[in-house]
Design a protein around this ligand. Structure first.
Ligand code: MN
Length: 167
């Protein structure tokens, strides 16, 4: 009788050990998955005269005879943001990863996060970017007026950016 109990005890013990190993494997897998779920490649470093900090652009689609817009995935490392700018025919942002900010001139910044869609009107001065501690990736649908789709203005200063990130 005792040896049966011992067998049961050792099987239970093994199960617990096995279960905890499975759990930690599962955890590691989840962490790896989280780091590898970006939908599109990161692309190339974005021009420094359009962006502050570490930003990357992966072009998805150029304007053509049917589509009067450019489509691209933009990755902002923590702290990275666009300059202040306008779009002559507006822009749509689809956030695919992380958290960041969208701000129109003279208005409070809005926190934007994965799954959000931002419809930016024409000729409204604004910027978008990551939060200070979290990266953000968005798809940008940028409409053209003739051959123009953006006018770049001044950088978002560190003071402006820090004010937003106090929230
Ligand atoms: Mn924009």
């Amino acid at each position: 009788m005792n040896y049966i109990k011992n067998i049961i005890r050792s099987i239970t013990g093994l199960s617990i050990i096995f279960a905890s190993y499975s759990c930690s494997d599962q955890k590691n897998q989840n962490i790896m998955t989280t780091q590898e779920t970006s939908i599109f490649p990161k692309g190339n470093a974005a021009p420094k005269d359009w962006f502050t900090g570490e930003a990357f652009i992966h072009p998805l689609l150029a304007k053509d005879k049917n589509n009067d817009f450019a489509l691209g995935s933009v990755t902002f490392e923590p702290g990275a943001r666009t300059l202040w700018h306008t779009h002559p025919k507006g822009q749509v942002l689809i956030v695919t990863e992380g958290k960041g900010w969208y701000q129109e001139k003279g208005k409070p910044a809005q926190l934007i996060k994965k799954g959000d869609v931002i419809n930016i009107p024409e000729n409204v001065e604004h910027w978008h970017g990551a939060s200070a501690n979290t990266k953000m990736i968005h798809i940008a649908v940028t409409n053209y007026q003739g051959e123009e789709n953006v006018t770049w203005l001044k950088p978002v200063t560190d003071a402006e950016y820090q004010e937003v990130n106090k929230k």
